[in-house]
Ligand binder design. Structure first.
Ligand SMILES: Nc1ncnc2c1ncn2[C@@H]1O[C@H](COP(=O)(O)OP(=O)(O)OP(=O)(O)O)[C@@H](O)[C@H]1O
Ligand SMILES: [Mg+2]
Length: 450
């Protein structure tokens, strides 16, 4: 809809009539204050603004009004063909201008452009909102490493390239595989995981490629393989480093041209799958010692994505802990400041998986008070097997804990939570925390959160 602000009744009426005849919704007002009020109330896409209106009638007052209508495009109307004023209006943020007397054809063109621009802006905002919703793709973390990883996942997902996900145990390799699938054009088709180390070597081939009835003892019926099930979707070869040598050759052929032979079949079949493989092992070393085929290694690594250990990104620990606590606890739950210090001070050799298990265990065992549960360092120490005292028992010897450390831990938690809640919108997070944006960024820098 178009908001028309002009103090001349005749001009207002005729212009509104003309715009309505062109199919636009029009709302009219006669002065600046009314324009502002109407804009706040109505979903105006475009504002047509006379620069000389009551109470001031001075064009400068009209100019000062322009930013009030952001983000709607403002088309200013100047009384006389005053080009200097029109220029000032553009400088003040106006989208376009019309000289009075307004030529109806000109009005039609300018308004159509402004409406189109408003529509585009709306579309962009919608897309942004959608992408914020799926922003972390299940891969939480505000460290530069995780931000870069999410960015890569987003860029690689739409391509058909095979992906090799490398990283220590418990760092989210499987999550990355799922995110790749979800963000790909194959998302509507299945993601089929297979743990290459968990299937006995002699069954792996039939598991992957299927078999025909009677092809071996116990093959009572034809059975499709996982590549067929995954057709059109993604095949996730987990722990690829464990794949037996005999299977590596067959997998290589499949990766080369998409063809495979079910066990006991004569004819080759074809399947269209995107392959994502993962391992915590050092594949290059495996290639060097001859336990992993070099040609297969290069086939698999269309793109290599690395999931960082928690050691490399300690700043993510409080955020992940808060996330897991929120998921695990019904109702209110929080960490005491000493718990936060404990979480960040501890090393997590089992990475995110270990952190998650510790938080879930502590959340399940922590005593529930009137204000929900509060998880203390003691509860976490118990959950990780480092303390033998039952949770809820009075802490034995408290490690000396400086006030400063407690405050720092609390500050970090509040900031990471605000960032997560606002989808990493620094402006919104700063507002929520009562900080200036610059102040927030400085703190984030200091904490290594950027
Ligand atoms: N960035 C993350 N955000 C949220 N949860 C995560 C993240 N990374 C890992 N997790 C969680 O940690 C656990 C381990 O993740 P995942 O199974 O993907 O690790 P992995 O790298 O495949 O480990 P492994 O090498 O042992 O198979 C899962 O519960 C997963 O949901
Ligand atoms: Mg895994």
């Amino acid at each position: 809809m178009i908001l028309l602000a002009d103090d001349e009744p005749a001009f207002q009426r005729l212009t509104a009539q003309w715009l309505r005849s062109l199919g636009h919704d029009v709302e009219t007002v006669g002065d600046g204050d009314a324009a502002r009020a109407a804009f706040a109330r109505l979903p105006a896409d475009v504002v047509l603004l006379d620069l000389a209106m009551p109470p001031h009638h001075a064009p400068e007052a009209g100019l000062a009004l322009i930013p009030a209508f952001a983000p709607a495009p403002v088309v200013v109307m100047t009384g006389h063909a005053d080009h200097a004023l029109a220029l000032k209006a553009i400088e003040a943020g106006a989208w376009d201008f019309l000289a009075k007397p307004v030529d109806p054809d000109m009005l039609q063109v300018v308004v159509a452009r402004a409406v189109e621009r408003a529509r585009l802006a709306r579309e962009v905002a919608q897309l942004k909102a959608q992408s914020v919703g799926s922003e972390d793709m299940g891969l939480a973390g505000s460290s530069p490493q995780m931000t870069a990883l999410r960015d890569l996942v987003r860029r690689v997902a739409p391509t058909p390239l095979p992906v090799l996900v490398l990283g220590p145990s418990g760092t989210g390799k499987e999550l990355v595989a799922r995110a790749l699938h979800q963000a790909s054009p194959r998302a509507a088709r299945p993601l089929v995981p297979i743990h290459c180390g968990a299937v006995p070597a002699d069954l792996l081939e039939s598991e992957l490629f299927g078999h025909l009835k009677g092809s071996f003892t116990g093959a009572h019926a034809d059975r499709p393989g996982l590549v067929e099930t995954a057709s059109g979707g993604t095949l996730f070869l987990d722990e690829i480093g464990e794949m037996p040598a005999a299977m590596q050759v067959k997998l290589l052929r499949f990766l080369a041209d998409g063809t495979y032979q079910p066990v006991g079949a004569r004819a080759m079949r074809k399947a269209d799958v995107r392959v994502v493989a993962a391992t915590h092992r050092d594949l290059q070393a495996a290639v060097a010692d001859g336990s992993f085929r070099e040609d297969l290694y290069y086939r698999l690594r269309g793109v290599v994505l690395r999931t960082p250990s928690l050691d490399e990104r300690p700043g993510d620990v409080p955020l992940l802990a808060a996330l897991f606590l929120r998921r695990a606890a019904q109702g209110e739950a929080r960490f005491t400041p000493d718990a936060l210090t404990w979480l960040t001070a501890r090393r997590w050799p089992g990475n995110v998986r270990e952190l998650r298990a510790a938080v879930e265990c502590a959340a399940a065992l922590a005593p529930r008070g009137a204000a929900g549960i509060a998880i203390a360092a003691q509860d976490l120490a118990f959950a990780t097997g480092e303390a033998i005292a039952a949770p809820g028992a009075p802490p034995a010897v408290q490690p000396p804990q400086s006030l400063e450390a407690e405050i720092a831990a609390l500050e970090r938690l509040r900031i990471t939570e605000a960032l997560e809640r606002t989808g990493h919108n620094h402006t919104h997070a700063a507002r929520e925390l009562g900080l200036s944006r610059v102040g927030l960024l400085k703190k984030m820098d200091r904490m290594g959160l950027r």
